[in-house]
Design a protein around this ligand. Structure first.
Ligand code: ZN
Ligand code: ZN
Length: 139
């Protein structure tokens, strides 16, 4: 006879067959999983927080789907699990958000004097670069 356990999700007793949740909850999770998967499919750049917001599935659960490798992480939606190492804000790529990156770069420059020589180089070609950027923004 199957061992009875409390469902980790709804708390009801159910015959344990290797899963921590009961059949009914498995079905519900399956549905949520499908919604999350579809959302990520349509919004490959979304962060885990955006997905949670849009699908009303908790961040914890989405992270679990990811950990269980049920959600395929392509190079496009890999940013789902990235957080800024400094302030924990969700980020698209790398280790820090733009703000912390700028802050860190500023600290580096002050401490090691890095970038001073580079700045002179930028000065000579700076106008050209500004021009290009403006053109793009105006489009
Ligand atoms: Zn249950
Ligand atoms: Zn940050």
């Amino acid at each position: 006879m199957a061992e009875l356990r409390n469902c980790a999700r709804c708390g009801k007793l159910f015959p344990y067959i290797g899963r921590p949740i009961c059949n009914r909850c498995v079905e519900k999770e399956e549905e949520e999983f499908k919604i999350v998967k579809e959302y990520i499919y349509d919004n490959p750049g979304a962060t885990v927080f955006e997905v949670a917001d849009a699908t009303e599935v908790s961040v914890d659960k989405i992270m679990r789907f990811l950990r269980e490798e049920r959600l395929e992480i392509s190079s496009e939606n890999v940013n789902l699990i990235l957080e800024c190492e400094s302030c924990s804000r969700p980020i698209k790529s790398g280790r820090y958000c733009e703000e912390c990156k700028a802050k860190l770069a500023g600290e580096m420059r002050r401490e090691f004097g890095i970038g001073q020589r580079k700045r002179e180089n930028i000065r000579t070609s700076g106008k050209e670069k500004m021009h290009v950027i403006r053109k793009r923004e105006g489009r």
